[in-house]
Design a binder for this molecule. Structure first.
Ligand SMILES: [Fe+2]
Ligand SMILES: [Fe+2]
Length: 201
């Protein structure tokens, strides 16, 4: 399966892809580059596990899952905002009500901090793909990049890797994801060893 093939067959999915690409922006950590990586991870998970997912539901959920990071009320959790904004966009595109409700559930379940359990295959795939993109060399880059945007110290970013990122593997649903996560975790551990070696000043 290649989720992006849908863009050739579905005009409204192509429209959703274009609108989310323009709204998400270039932030390499949480913007459009992240969405593109989550699409790639999702394709890998679905193909490796041979999952019978609804590709349209999965792609729409991926495209919309972090839209609440760039739009909406600051105080609300970004996944809640993403679900609300996603609902409006999908309604405008005249998606069926049940499709929109399913998509909202997938979006709400992607973030472990909201504590909504993924119930469907699509929700589990997005949840895993999103977490895999937080790991490995890209995960390290994302932590330091986000840290810089929030004036966080290097030490706090290293601590974030240890206390948050190295715990993500426990939250994964598929064997493929857990296997890949092991090698991505090892990269973070090597980086932390290098860090410890240099932290003698
Ligand atoms: Fe998110
Ligand atoms: Fe995300």
């Amino acid at each position: 399966m290649d989720l992006k093939l849908l863009l050739e067959f579905s005009p409204r999915m192509r429209y959703l892809y274009r609108i989310t690409r323009s709204l998400m922006g270039d932030d390499p950590s949480h913007g459009w580059p992240h969405i593109e990586r989550v699409i790639i991870w999702s394709n890998r998970i679905v193909n490796a596990e041979g999952l019978d997912v609804d590709p349209e539901l999965l792609l729409a959920s991926i495209l919309l899952h972090d839209i609440g990071r760039v739009l909406g009320d600051e105080k609300e959790h970004h996944a809640v905002k993403s679900a609300k904004i996603g609902e409006l966009l999908l309604e405008k595109l005249e998606y069926h009500r049940s499709f929109t409700e399913d998509c909202k559930k997938v979006i709400l379940a992607h973030s472990y901090t909201l504590n909504v359990k993924p119930e469907t295959l699509e929700a589990k795939v997005l949840s895993d793909a999103d977490k895999l993109d937080a790991m490995g060399a890209i995960g390290i880059a994302r932590v330091f990049h986000t840290g810089a945007l929030n004036a966080r110290s290097f030490e706090d970013s290293v601590s974030h890797l240890k206390t948050k990122i190295l715990n993500l593997r426990e939250l994964l649903y598929f064997n493929y994801s857990r296997n890949v996560a092991t090698s991505l975790e090892n990269k973070i551990r090597v980086f932390m060893e290098w860090w410890a070696e240099e932290s003698v000043f």
